[in-house]
Design a protein around this ligand. Structure first.
Ligand SMILES: NC(=O)c1ccc[n+]([C@@H]2O[C@H](COP(=O)([O-])OP(=O)(O)OC[C@H]3O[C@@H](n4cnc5c(N)ncnc54)[C@H](OP(=O)(O)O)[C@@H]3O)[C@@H](O)[C@H]2O)c1
Length: 354
């Protein structure tokens, strides 16, 4: 795997920059602009694709908040980054606790972040799980662990930060979706919180969470047009990470993905490329609502010019509006109703984005 990265860096570096980018071979080590003075939050940055995103942003001199529910993992990630870049310290990569399955933890994370007095130029909603434990998230507010981790938690986090990000504009929200979700994900309109799915179909819950992320990304991009916050969807391709290994082994689909991954998955570095591109490429400013990722059969090439992978219900704009409004109402209800300032923040930023 490491050899794959070294060979790729050497070979892609042989090509002239314009030709490399024209061929879809955008590479952070060659093509990413200097990020000095920029501040980004990357959720789930201690492993897999998120780790690569954090590492390359830090290498480009950004300040990165590594937001995770696994603080030992975050500290290990930092020391792994320091092996390659010894000058990077906890002032450049700042580990902060965030459990996306707890609305209280999300609120506390945002308060702690804002108290630091840093600006915010980008939020990467990367953290996720494939087939997580049955039952609700940590605070018991919503019934489906996977839907809360992958969709409801990041949705709430985004809306708590949206107004502040528009004050720091230009800024970007990059949501990590999935080709699996685009091909197979469906919305159960009678069960948006996934109560039935948590008992019956864990892979269905993952696919639904990614479908809903994709639809909400599209709608948020439309609503926040002109606010200075650009919103992008990405898919990282099939990457060799912990995602499937951490899935509950009792699920046959998890065992199957673990075997297939050993043979066919790419290095997580390639999964990070569309995310880094969507987050930092200067020419994308104002071009909100695009979807970046590699073609399924050749994910090391990024299909940056096509820029649209929306499929299924994500192409139905009326369905995206309907879903977005329904999720705002659910989140506002679970964080305390209209009188609660956190609920007001969600509905206010959703309304302001319209
Ligand atoms: N790998 C693929 O083939 C693939 C394909 C399509 C999309 N994706 C998406 O890519 C993203 C990154 O996944 P990955 O493949 O890099 O897997 P990964 O290595 O397992 O990364 C997921 C990260 O999210 C963190 N996380 C999980 N639950 C969390 C929570 N409740 N609060 C805060 N952080 C939490 C994990 O921390 P712990 O490990 O400590 O739990 C981990 O660091 C996910 O959204 C995934 O759905 C991956």
């Amino acid at each position: 795997m490491a050899a794959q990265g070294i060979v790729d860096t050497a070979l892609s570096g042989l090509l002239p920059g314009r030709l490399r980018r024209g061929l879809g071979l955008w590479r952070p080590q060659h093509d990413m602009a200097d990020q000095f003075g920029k501040v980004f939050i990357v959720t789930g940055g201690s492993s897999g694709v998120g780790f690569q995103v954090v590492k390359h942003l830090a290498a480009a001199q950004a300040t990165v908040i590594l937001a995770t529910h696994n603080m030992p993992g975050a500290l290990k990630a930092l020391s792994d980054i320091q092996r390659d870049f010894p000058h990077i310290t906890e002032r450049n990569v700042i580990p902060m606790y965030l459990d996306l399955t707890s609305f209280k933890s999300i609120t506390q994370f945002v308060e702690a972040f804002l108290a630091q007095g840093l600006p915010l130029h980008g939020l990467v909603n990367n953290a996720g799980e494939a087939m997580g434990p049955p039952g609700p998230g940590a605070d018991g507010a919503l019934p489906n662990h996977t839907l809360v981790t992958n969709f409801f938690g990041p949705f709430y986090l985004t809306h708590l930060l949206l107004t502040f990000m528009s004050e720091c504009a230009p800024a970007r929200v990059v949501n990590v979706c999935s080709a699996l979700g685009e091909y197979m994900g469906t919305v159960d309109w009678g069960d948006l919180t996934g109560e039935r799915l948590s008992k019956s179909d864990p892979l269905g819950a993952y696919n639904a969470s990614k479908r809903m992320t994709s639809m909400a990304t599209r709608e948020l991009a439309a609503r926040s047009r002109g606010s200075g916050v650009d919103v992008f969807a990405t898919h990282p391709g099939f990457a060799a990470t912990n995602l499937w290994h951490k899935s509950q082994r009792s699920y046959p689909a998890a065992r199957l993905f673990n075997v297939v991954e050993e043979w066919f998955a790419q290095h997580p570095f390639y999964g990070a490329i569309p995310i880094l591109y969507a987050l930092t490429e200067p020419s994308l400013t104002g071009r909100t609502g695009r979807y970046f990722g590699g073609p399924l059969m050749c994910p090391i090439i990024m299909n940056a010019r096509c820029g649209s992978y929306w499929m299924g219900e994500s192409r139905d704009l009326a369905a995206c509006v309907r879903l977005y409004d329904a999720i705002v109402a659910i989140v506002a209800r679970v964080v305390g109703g209209g009188a609660d300032p956190r609920a007001t923040a969600v509905t206010a930023s959703a309304t302001a984005a319209q």
